[in-house]
Every structure is written in structure tokens, then in C-alpha cells.
Design a protein around this ligand. Structure first.
Ligand SMILES: Nc1ncnc2c1ncn2[C@@H]1O[C@H](COP(=O)(O)OP(=O)(O)OP(=O)(O)O)[C@@H](O)[C@H]1O
Ligand SMILES: [Mg+2]
Length: 142
């Protein structure tokens, strides 16, 4: 597992939330991300960021379900944009890019296309953290 290149200094601008592994969590998490981006003046990247979050949360619920365990989202504002992480409780199965087809495989292709970088890191406790960084077009603004 690699966390290389993920360092974004968050300071106070970090939002961490827990969600049940129910499908409605996808929409609720999306609303929270929209609110965070608006507060941080990052609504310009709302569309790609919300799409990436949707895919990562859906994947955590679908492919990394562990009975009795929640998932966790964290949104972190950095100098270049936002880092989204979705933590799940399954450390045996990992995201794997597939050829998109009838059986799916579109989610990570979308994440790859819309994010600057993404990956999987160890998390505190049991499980893993799937993260993606989405940056404002045109680069750094401060
Ligand atoms: N959080 C995760 N934990 C474990 N396995 C995962 C996780 N996310 C993705 N995967 C694995 O990676 C594969 C590819 O994910 P991807 O999102 O591209 O496709 P999908 O979820 O199967 O279908 P789609 O997203 O198109 O509905 C999944 O089929 C699954 O095997
Ligand atoms: Mg998927």
C-alpha cells in the first residue's frame, strides 16, 4: 500500500464523518462535500469531486462491506484542491482497475480520469483508506 504523494496539510480545514453502509449514505456524503467545498471557496471543482466521492463511497459499501462496521469519509482542503478519502473496514480486498464492461469497472476509470492522483493507504485500525486528490484547474492559487 502506498500513501506517497498524498500529503496535503489540512490544518483546521478537514471534515471527517462516519456513515452506515447503506446506499443513502452516498447522497448524504455528497451533500456534505458540496457544503465543505462551498465553505472553502472550491465550488469550481464540485462536479468532479462529487462524482469521485460517489464512486468511492459506493465502492466501499458494495465491495468492502463488513458487518457492523461503518465507513468514514474525510475531506481535506489543501493548497491545490481537495483530498477525499473513504475508509472502509476490509483490508483483504482492494480496488482494482478493471476493463469497463457489463460487470461494471467504470467507477475507478472515472476516479482515474477526474482526479490528479488516487491510491490506497493503510488506515488507523482495521481496514484501508481509498483516497483521491482533485485540484483546481490552473494550479495553485495561494
Ligand atoms: N473499497 C474497495 N474495497 C475492495 N474492493 C474494491 C473497492 N473499490 C473497488 N474495489 C474492486 O475494484 C473493482 C473495480 O471497481 P470499479 O468501481 O471500477 O468497478 P465496479 O464497482 O465493479 O463497477 P461500477 O463502479 O462500474 O459500478 C471492483 O469490482 C472491486 O473488485
Ligand atoms: Mg464501483
Amino acid at each position: 500500500m502506498s500513501g506517497a504523494g498524498t500529503a496535503i496539510r489540512c490544518g483546521e480545514t478537514r471534515r471527517v464523518q462516519r456513515w452506515t453502509t447503506h446506499r443513502r449514505s452516498v447522497g448524504l456524503a455528497r451533500d456534505e462535500l458540496r457544503a465543505a467545498l462551498a465553505e472553502w471557496g472550491l465550488s469550481a471543482i464540485e462536479e468532479p469531486a462529487v462524482l469521485v466521492l460517489s464512486e468511492l463511497v459506493t465502492n466501499a459499501i458494495t465491495h468492502a462491506y463488513v458487518r457492523g462496521r461503518d465507513i468514514e469519509t474525510s475531506f481535506c482542503r489543501g493548497p491545490e484542491g481537495v483530498r477525499i478519502a473513504v475508509d472502509d473496514a476490509d483490508e483483504r480486498r482492494h480496488p482494482q482497475m478493471r476493463t469497463p464492461g457489463e460487470a461494471g469497472g467504470r467507477g475507478l476509470v472515472l476516479v482515474e480520469a477526474l482526479s490528479d492522483r488516487w491510491g490506497v493507504s493503510a488506515r488507523r485500525g482495521v481496514g484501508k483508506s481509498v483516497w483521491a486528490v482533485i485540484t483546481v484547474p490552473g494550479g495553485r492559487w495561494r
